[in-house]
Write a protein that binds this ligand. Structure first.
Ligand code: SF4
Ligand code: SF4
Length: 220
């Protein structure tokens, strides 16, 4: 297993280490190969900010310290997918209950309840909901986005004792999978920061577990 995969199954969380991501796209390829998604359907994508710009400490230097100091961190890439948030806004805004936060922690979508309203796309701060069928004839005819699709956390792989394909494939172990405690300990061991602000951390981990990352919080 990848060193980024510390535990799987019930209560697992997925979280990026922005200091480790090198924008190679290995996770994107692993996801597509595993789930055979259409070309336009990105269950995981790499977001790169300040491309080509060196941080105050040089290229590929620590990103989070300058960010905390209010400086441009320089080129920063992070894998964005569904983080299976503890306080998932997508679940709150879905009018048909197609989205559910399951007891084991996974956020799932029930295809036959989805009406393609795209409220979840507006509600998700991380761009996870995808609408690959939005250009299809029937979706256009009925004026919907088609059926929403997103990262499943590779739940079937996890049920078989494997890690998510993206995390297993990542050459730099930039996708961390485990409990909130395991992830915060691993980031601390690496000297990496959590990158997201307080509000985003509370959405992803819940108020209590977000406190585990408070060492990286500029306001505390
Ligand atoms: S808000 Fe976005 S990242 Fe969080 S569970 Fe919903 S789709 Fe996933
Ligand atoms: S597009 Fe589907 S999953 Fe998203 S909010 Fe609307 S009904 Fe719910």
């Amino acid at each position: 297993m990848s060193q980024g995969v510390m535990s799987t199954g019930e209560g697992m969380r997925i979280f990026p280490d922005v200091e480790a991501c090198i924008d190679c796209g290995g996770c994107v390829v692993a996801c597509k190969r595993t789930w055979d998604r259409e070309i336009q359907n990105q269950r995981i994508d790499i977001t790169t900010m300040a491309e080509g710009i060196a941080g105050p400490q040089g290229e590929n230097a620590a990103k989070v310290d300058p960010l905390i100091a209010g400086e441009n961190p320089g080129e920063t890439s992070l894998p964005m997918q569904c983080y299976h948030c503890e306080n998932a806004p997508c679940v709150s805004v879905c009018p048909t209950n197609a989205l559910q936060k399951e007891e084991d922690g996974f956020v799932t979508v029930q295809d036959d309840l989805c009406v393609g309203c795209q409220y979840c796309l507006s509600g998700c701060p991380f761009g996870a909901p995808q609408f690959p069928d939005s250009n299809d004839g029937s979706a256009q005819l009925f004026g919907t986005g088609g059926i929403m699709d997103k990262c499943t956390g590779c739940r079937p792989r996890q049920e078989a004792g494997k890690g998510p394909a993206c995390a297993e494939e990542c050459a730099t172990d930039a996708i961390l999978v485990g409990s909130a405690g395991e992830i915060s300990d691993e980031l601390e061991k690496r000297g990496s920061g959590s990158f997201f602000n307080d509000q985003a951390m509370e959405i992803i981990f819940g108020e209590e577990d977000a406190q585990l990352f408070q060492d990286y919080n500029p306001d505390q």
